[in-house]
Design a protein around this ligand. Structure first.
Ligand code: FES
Length: 118
């Protein structure tokens, strides 16, 4: 099992997930606001997150993921696509949900209050 903590704008969400779980599936299991406009098929980059801790506990990025990340906003060394990064080890993983991903999530879930608005 791994503990995945999602961070966004001073809020946090935690999920305990078994090996094989993607970050996207972990976020969905606890309603953390990570976007996934393409449904998790590596075609949109709205699941873009920054891995702050536990990068070594995730599967390595493949070429397809790198290609999609090339089109994402504000890509950093710790960038990953949540639908492609899969838990492969035990420990703690901390990820920050990107602005791009929050935008997508709150656009797709108008019934959920955008935590960035007062
Ligand atoms: S959900 Fe679209 S690329 Fe991950």
């Amino acid at each position: 099992m791994a503990k995945v903590r999602f961070l966004a704008h001073g809020h946090s969400w935690e999920a305990d997930v078994p090996a094989g779980t993607t970050l996207r599936d972990a976020s969905k299991s606890i309603d953390a606001p990570e976007g996934d406009a393409c449904g998790g098929v590596c075609a949109c980059s709205t699941c873009h997150v920054y891995v702050k801790k536990g990068r070594e506990l995730l599967s390595a990025a493949e070429e397809e993921e790198e290609d999609v990340l090339d089109k994402a906003f504000d890509v950093r060394l710790e960038s990953r696509l949540g639908c492609q990064a899969r838990v492969v080890g035990e420990g703690e993983i901390v990820v920050e949900i990107t602005r791009e991903s929050l935008d997508a999530y709150f656009n797709e879930h108008p019934q959920v209050r955008d935590l960035r608005k007062g």
